[in-house]
Design a protein around this ligand. Structure first.
Ligand SMILES: [Zn+2]
Length: 302
């Protein structure tokens, strides 16, 4: 009798242990739940374009680091030993393109076996600024989603859900650009900056004139500045646009010479400390661009 009780007890203990083991080994039943801080995926972004898209898709499951600090010009950035350590300790490193961030090559050459994703277009003939259209940003977000799932398969359902939410946001953004830029007094965007907005202009039927090319080399000339001034005067262009990366005194000169108003356009490549601390998103920046295009081109509400 006593032996029987002991046997039953042993079975009960084994069953309880078995249940505990089974519970512990079962994957989380709620994949959308955020990971605990120590379990978060360590992801490093080159600059703000990659950072903002990673934040959107990685959400609470990733612990994000950005190499180019807020308020820093991204093309003149030089990686520090700290940048190399950050990348080598990451589960995933995401950058846009060496054509936008030439310094990324120095980092990748210095470390072996990095799990890295080039989220931008790889074709050398394509303008690398594809995030400047809503669907171009979505294309990059899709690559980021795939890389996150590959690196962290347990988060698959969560990353999918984040991507779907971003896709909805992008669809609305694109519709708003189409509708709100449909009926404007001018379609000429004169930009005292580099050619970051070519894709945006093509998508929404705007004519785009920039001070420099797409290359970030800043090869602007007095000659080019003078030709922009002439263009504004001859075509009755109502505004001149400036960007955060090129000294605004050049845009100031154009505005003063022509008497038109000056408005900023945001490339998302750079983020101010203030916007960064406020948690500005990709969509927020694009809505600022839409607002300033509407104002500067004198568009009628549809
Ligand atoms: Zn650029």
């Amino acid at each position: 009798m006593k032996k029987k009780i002991i046997a039953v007890l042993i079975i009960l203990v084994l069953a309880a242990f078995g249940f505990w083991w089974w519970k512990g080994s079962t994957p989380a039943q709620t994949p959308s739940a955020p990971a605990a801080p120590q379990d978060k995926l360590k992801v490093t972004a080159s600059g703000y374009v990659a950072y903002s898209l990673l934040k959107q898709i990685g959400g609470d499951r990733v612990q994000l680091t950005m190499l180019v600090p807020p308020g820093t010009e991204p093309h003149s950035f030089e990686p520090t030993p700290g940048s190399i350590i950050a990348v080598s300790e990451s589960d995933l490193f995401v950058y846009v393109s060496p054509r936008v961030e030439p310094w990324v090559n120095d980092i990748l050459q210095g470390i072996s076996g990095v799990n890295a994703l080039e989220a931008g277009p790889s074709h050398p003939d394509q303008d690398p600024h594809i995030w400047m259209t809503p669907y171009g940003a979505l294309e990059m977000a899709k690559r980021i989603e795939k890389a996150l799932i590959k690196t962290d398969p347990a988060g698959k359902a969560y990353y999918r859900q984040q991507f779907d939410a971003f896709e909805k946001e992008i669809k609305t953004l694109h519709e708003d650009f189409n509708r709100e830029l449909a009926n404007c007094q001018s379609r000429d965007v004169v930009h005292v900056g580099h050619l970051a907005f070519g894709n945006l202009a093509r998508t929404y039927g705007l004519e785009f004139q920039a001070l420099t090319g797409t290359s970030h080399q800043g090869e602007h000339s007095v000659h080019r500045l003078a030709s922009l001034v002439r263009f504004i005067r001859q075509n009755g262009v109502p505004a001149v646009y400036t960007e955060e990366m090129i000294a605004s005194d050049l845009a100031d000169t154009v505005a003063q010479e022509t008497g038109v108003r000056m408005l900023p356009l945001y490339t998302v490549e750079e983020v101010s400390k203030r916007d960064f601390d406020a948690g500005i998103t990709y969509t927020d920046y694009m809505r600022r661009n839409l607002h300033n295009l509407k104002e500067g081109l004198k568009c009628q509400a549809q």
